[in-house]
Design a binder for this molecule. Structure first.
Ligand code: ATP
Ligand code: MG
Length: 367
């Protein structure tokens, strides 16, 4: 898929911007603090209705302005339609083809993006929350059901944690209500866990091929979903629901003592193994970077497999973080295939030689 154009009003440091993009590689060049990342962020937001940098939508609205507006046209094989988003103090409105969507989960998935920023290079060694977020962002774009279940899960988890605190402080006594919440939590939790394991298996297949190529046949990459609850590769949602509910029930007393839910997908993690060893603990920095790159590139292929269209690739300042060899792998993998938006302070070295006919945008003070 392609984003043919973008219109921003009062988004971050942009007053009013209208641009037409190349279906190939778009390069945003500018000094620091001019609005390069803001522009990439706007494409990410247009796709997902939320930012990768902040959970606070208000930050997206230009200082002193009341609302931010974003729009653009998505072109797919047999389809072209506009997307529109408005952020204001009243919340956000999302339109597909000029029709307002009652649920954001219906809007997300029309435009698919994969973002690769320097922080992603620490996907392997960073905190587990980062890997959970990675799974949620990636799988949520490919599956409305995943997105819906995650939303429901979050709501019930919050409610259950509040209720556990009330039980802890003896403001509540009713254990039956806790069981109702546990039951609902286990139902949505099981859906999420089984979906993660299934999608990871598919992502692994793609990542293995790429990783083997980058490491010149020396390394085999495998993934492992890490959970306190055993989720076998072919586990059914019902079986995981039973296990999760049993764990929640068994540990009720401890959870009340702690005032929080101790089991479920919000505690799970993802392990990357190279030749059978955990890359997080045993991998060299180079292996960790290659792993992160393989995973990102595999996301592109998996999304194509799942949705029939290649996603957009957003590369924020990432070339300068990769050595020539890894830059070459990245750029040759996407060239002529994936519409790409990359930011840099200067296009130089191997990237300059490799990128064929980039469309270059010079950015200064949000213009
Ligand atoms: P770097 O090369 O350092 O990454 P950049 O070009 O990517 O720089 P951006 O992150 O896009 O820079 O930010 C540009 C500027 O946008 C920041 O200096 C900040 O002051 C400004 N900015 C951020 N949010 C808003 C907002 N809501 N309203 C107005 N300006 C904002
Ligand atoms: Mg930046």
């Amino acid at each position: 898929m392609i984003l043919t154009d973008l219109h921003l009003r009062n988004f971050r440091n942009y007053d009013d911007l209208e641009v037409a993009f190349s279906p190939g590689i778009n390069v945003m060049i500018g000094e620091n603090a001019q609005g390069k990342t803001n522009l990439l962020e706007s494409i990410y937001v247009l796709a997902l209705t939320k930012s990768h940098r902040t959970a606070n939508d208000k930050e997206l609205i230009k200082w002193q302005a009341n609302e931010a507006f974003l729009s653009g046209h998505v072109k797919k094989e047999n389809d072209k339609f506009p997307l529109e988003l408005i952020f204001s103090s009243k919340g956000k409105k999302a339109k597909v083809n000029h029709l307002e969507q009652a649920k954001l989960s219906q809007y997300v998935g029309q435009l698919n993006v994969i973002l690769f920023a320097p922080e992603d290079l620490s996907l392997v060694k960073g905190a587990p929350a980062m890997r959970r977020r990675f799974m949620d962002m990636e799988f949520g774009q490919m599956s409305n059901k995943y997105l819906y279940n995650s939303g429901q899960y979050r709501t019930i988890l919050k409610q259950r944690n509040q209720y556990l605190k009330q039980l802890q402080q003896r403001k509540q006594k009713d254990r039956v209500f806790l069981q109702v919440l546990s039951d609902q939590l286990a139902a949505y939790g099981a859906e999420i866990m089984v979906a993660r394991v299934t999608f990871l298996k598919q992502l692994e297949t793609w990542a293995q091929v790429i990783h083997e190529e980058i490491s010149q046949g020396k390394e085999q990459l495998t993934f492992q979903y890490a959970s306190q609850i055993e989720v076998a590769e072919n586990a059914t949602v019902e079986s995981v629901y039973d296990l999760l509910l049993a764990e929640l029930t068994k540990n009720e007393e401890r959870e009340i003592e702690q005032g929080s839910t101790m089991y479920g997908p919000q505690r799970d993690d993802l392990k990357f193994m190279v030749n059978g060893n955990n890359v997080q603990t045993y991998g060299s920095q180079g292996q960790q970077r290659t792993t992160a790159l393989s995973v990102k590139l595999a996301e592109i292929d998996l999304m194509k497999e799942q949705t029939g269209e290649y996603p957009l690739l957003l590369l924020d300042d990432v070339l300068s973080e990769l050595d020539d060899e890894r830059q070459t792998h990245l750029l040759t993998a996407i060239q002529d295939k994936v519409q790409t938006f990359l930011t840099t302070t200067s296009l130089s070295g191997i990237a300059r030689q490799l990128i064929k006919e980039p469309k270059i945008f010079e950015i200064e003070h949000g213009v």
